[in-house]
Ligand binder design. Structure first.
Ligand SMILES: Cc1cc2nc3c(=O)[nH]c(=O)nc-3n(C[C@H](O)[C@H](O)[C@H](O)COP(=O)(O)OP(=O)(O)OC[C@H]3O[C@@H](n4cnc5c(N)ncnc54)[C@H](O)[C@@H]3O)c2cc1C
Length: 382
């Protein structure tokens, strides 16, 4: 039998961030991860810490853009070692990203960005960086001062500072008739009793909720991303077109595989609309989008793969994107989904509001198999 103040299930960004903040607040906390740390949505994400601009592309100040505006500052503090968690050993992939248009939109984009109260200050670029510095590039490029994080190094930093509190196991909750849970049972039969249980298992929350008889519903919003491997320039940016609503037509981020090859990871509207396309059709679609925005890039012989992953969130009417991070109490369980990486600091604030009892149990001693960091899509695909 293990006794701890708080037991967290799920070792993505949510579970790891909460583990660090709860330990710093003096609670004995254990985290259980069934696979590799981060190997759900976190390592599949594009790592952009949005300051609201992406959510303002439709020209309206939505609840989402209000909520998200303060987040980049908190992340910056964490990277400086002065925030609610210490990320000074983690890396940023970029301190800004680009918003770029195709030739058809060029002039209109300037008018559009100039006419809206765009939060975050998009700056028009006169001296274009690679790959836009090509004579055949006819669109416009803006720079957005929001960072892009290297999620694998963030997961590693959070795991390292949490010491021996991360256990490789998928626990089963023992139900208490819908008002919380009595304990967790590990696959080797060990019982884990905690004052509070936190479900931070992304899509895995669905099973945990069913096993615990807790009436919180989850939705999945699937994505069909595309990866391109080859000697590509570094690019972080949203390709936009007026009329594509509040979603960039295509979002490109650049990553290195473990053997240091460059991969472009393509998401945005392309990934949302591509969920019904086969892998081959999705790759064809992505090639056409690249041809439309960056026609001079000779990359069509590079290696392309597609990657399916679901976003896991609380259920909303019409399966829309929720505006805020989700933290709901059901007896002694807190059910959490951050909605975006960006919003994890806000989610942690909500969780801490629910945990105000003094610590009761000392940190459990070691002796369990420690979960290690998982693999990103670019290391699994090629
Ligand atoms: C393609 C894509 C791109 C994205 N890009 C961005 C972006 O640029 N910016 C941004 O802000 N957000 C982005 N997001 C959203 C962001 O990635 C997620 O909101 C965030 O990673 C969710 O983190 P999480 O820890 O809650 O869940 P996850 O990362 O899914 O982690 C859940 C963990 O729980 C584990 N688990 C599951 N079941 C169990 C169990 N029974 N027992 C133990 N462990 C279990 C899983 O193995 C996993 O490690 C993106 C998401 C996707 C899918």
């Amino acid at each position: 039998m293990i006794k701890t103040d708080i037991a967290i299930i799920g070792g993505g960004i949510t579970g790891l961030w909460l583990l660090n903040q709860l330990q710093a607040a003096g609670y004995s906390t254990l985290l259980f991860e069934k696979a590799g740390l981060g190997q759900g949505q976190t390592l599949s994400s594009q790592g952009m810490i949005h300051g609201g601009l992406k959510y303002n592309l439709a020209g309206v100040t939505s609840n989402a853009s209000e909520t998200i505006a303060g987040m980049p500052d908190i992340w910056q503090q964490c990277f400086a070692g002065e925030g609610p968690v210490d990320l000074h050993n983690a890396k940023c992939l970029a301190q800004s990203y680009h918003l770029f248009s195709d030739a058809a939109l060029g002039g209109k984009l300037a008018a559009f960005l100039g006419s809206k109260a765009i939060r975050g200050g998009a700056k028009a670029l006169k001296h274009l960086p690679e790959p836009f510095d090509h004579p055949e590039f006819k669109g416009s490029v803006y720079e957005i001062p929001d960072m892009v994080i290297d999620t694998a190094t963030v997961v590693t930093a959070l795991a390292e500072s949490a010491g021996n509190s991360i256990i490789q196991a998928a626990p089963t909750p023992v139900c208490n008739g819908g008002s919380g849970i009595v304990r967790l049972t590990l696959p080797d039969g060990t019982a884990v009793e905690a004052e509070r249980y936190i479900f931070a298992a992304g899509a895995g929350n669905e099973d945990l909720l069913r096993q615990s008889d807790i009436a919180v519903a989850m939705q999945r919003r699937p994505l069909h991303q595309v990866l391109v491997r080859g000697p590509l320039p570094t690019l972080f940016g949203h390709a936009v077109a007026i009329g594509s609503g509040d979603k960039p037509r295509m979002t490109i981020s650049t990553h290195k595989t473990k053997d240091l090859q460059t991969v472009w990871y393509l998401g945005g509207d392309l990934a949302e609309t591509g969920i019904h396309r086969s892998g081959a059709a999705q790759i064809e679609f992505a090639k056409n989008e690249l041809e439309r925005f960056l026609p001079f890039l000779d990359i069509f012989d590079y290696e392309f793969k597609s990657w399916r992953i679901d976003r896991a969130e609380p259920k909303t009417p019409g399966t829309l994107r929720p505006d805020r991070p989700f933290c709901e109490k059901a007896g002694n369980v807190l059910v959490c989904w951050p909605i975006k990486l960006t919003l994890v600091p806000l989610l942690a604030r909500e969780v801490l509001k629910h945990i105000i009892e003094p610590s009761k149990w000392p940190a459990p001693s070691d002796g369990y198999l420690k979960a290690t960091v998982g693999e990103a899509p670019w290391d699994q695909s090629f």
